[in-house]
Design a protein around this ligand. Sequence first.
Ligand SMILES: [Zn+2]
Length: 50
Amino acid sequence: MRKYCEECGKEVETKIVIKKETYDVCGEEVEVDAQVLVCVGWKSFLRGTG
Ligand SMILES: [Zn+2]
């Protein structure tokens, strides 16, 4: 979907990637799948997540 990207300073094609995030809830670690909207130009970011 097309969204405005602050990095590019224009409207670009974006996609949603699932990123694992760990939260501390009452002393317990809870892992959740966070949906992150990224610009398709962020190739290095996508590679970085493995
Ligand atoms: Zn961008």
